[in-house]
Design a protein around this ligand. Sequence first.
Ligand SMILES: *[C@@H]1O[C@H](CO)[C@@H](O)[C@H](O)[C@H]1NC(C)=O
Ligand SMILES: *[C@@H]1O[C@H](CO)[C@@H](O)[C@H](O)[C@H]1NC(C)=O
Ligand SMILES: *[C@@H]1O[C@H](CO)[C@@H](O)[C@H](O)[C@H]1NC(C)=O
Length: 478
Amino acid sequence: MNKFMAKHLTTSSISVQKRWPLLILLCIALSTAIAFFIGASFNSCNSRDYSDNNNFNTPIHSFNSEGTAATKEENPLSFMKSKLVLMVSHELSLSGGPLLLMELAFLLRAVSTRVVWITNQKPIEPDEVVYSLEQKMMDKGVEVMPAKGQEAVDIALKADLVILNTAVAGKWLDAVLQDNVARVLPKVLWWIHEMRGHYFKLEYVKHLPFVAGAMIDSHTTAEYWKNRTRERLGIKMPDTYVVHLGNSKDLMEVAEDRVARRVLRDHIRESLGVRKDDLLFAIINSVSRGKGQDLFLKAFYEAVQLSQEKKLKVPPMHAVIVGSDMGAQTKFETELRKFVSDKKIQESVRFVNKTLNVAPYLASIDVLVQNSQARGECFGRITIEAMAFQLPVLGTAAGGTMEIVVNGTTGWLHPAGKEGVTPLAGNIIRLATDMETRRTMGMKGYNRVKEIFLEHHMSHRISLVLKEVLQKAKKGTH
Ligand SMILES: *[C@@H]1O[C@H](CO)[C@@H](O)[C@H](O)[C@H]1NC(C)=O
Ligand SMILES: *[C@@H]1O[C@H](CO)[C@@H](O)[C@H](O)[C@H]1NC(C)=O
Ligand SMILES: *[C@@H]1O[C@H](CO)[C@@H](O)[C@H](O)[C@H]1NC(C)=O
């Protein structure tokens, strides 16, 4: 199947390029635009609490809820005009962390902030991805600078604000700044997107207690960092700000364009060889055990069995795994494919290669499954992207997913781990048999995105953090 599928996909996307040049352009733009963002809740993990003292379900209403109207008004980041911000990224790749930092760089460039970018670890060989991302940044007026050397030190000393991205970027401080570390720390905002054990190394985070602030994508992750730094390393977190992410304007534009959605849906369904009314349940995440594709396939298989046993009236169901990387030949990927052939469900399972351009898949599926395991996603941006496309979400009750999906309203949550397989199968069946629930859950998810998960919401939250950090920096460095 795979060989056939690959060929089929390639040829059909070529013909589509001819038929739909604009749309394809749009999607290509989307995949590289990297201008998504913004989130919802903003409240301090420490004592300070800005406004939404209820909880993360309540947005701060300082913007009109009409997105387009609000964005034309004063940009919340406009006070950053002519400030100098140094961004230190641990690497430059198409993964979530660096892309998010780039989005912030572009939001700041849009208000004429001077932004200097440093990538701490670059491949030695020329790298296409690094090259194109750097080009993209330079096009937007971001100054790209070598990680080491006197120039980097000078900029760090001169900057109004230094943003370190992910825990690993902490290595840059001593290696490059050396004697100047203490002078720079009071103006460092440390942005953390990870929740994995191997980040809790003193080598990375020993300076964390002394920076102006840490910005973290979900409450669960912030709690986890607080616990782990204290218990593992005996260090204290600095003031910590939780800032949920949000959807880019580009993504919202496609999501809200009925015609674009329809065209993409038809095209992708055709390329996957599924019919118009078939039901597609998809995971969109790079294939790895942590993302739970294996358990999803088990649940899907259970759901298919169940619907056959009970002779339920459901449309043909398919599982779509977007994020495959057969080139990498991982054991896990092989295991997934073996499961599919052992259970003889090849006809109902599709594997799609990794892509940054998720909009066409979101337009073509019916339900998003967010099956991240263990502590779950830190935030899980694909979840709010799916909600923008009015999709119900079946997610693990773990991590940031619990802060996004309202159980029973915008989707259903199931436990992580093996014990989640049967509940997930049940939820698949519930949605498969009930079109009305799919529709209303999708609509409620969309409304939730419009209320709290848009770019301007996050710009606003980030602006509060940056203001505070700038103030501290002034005090600390004088
Ligand atoms: C953090 O620790 C407290 C008590 O030590 C515990 O109640 C809480 O569940 C922990 N939170 C996380 C996210 O591990
Ligand atoms: C998917 O990736 C594999 C391995 O990297 C490649 O051989 C195949 O052509 C790709 N398929 C498509 C449709 O691009
Ligand atoms: C989600 O809601 C369902 C009922 O709709 C309930 O059975 C389940 O326990 C809830 N899960 C969580 C994690 O709250």
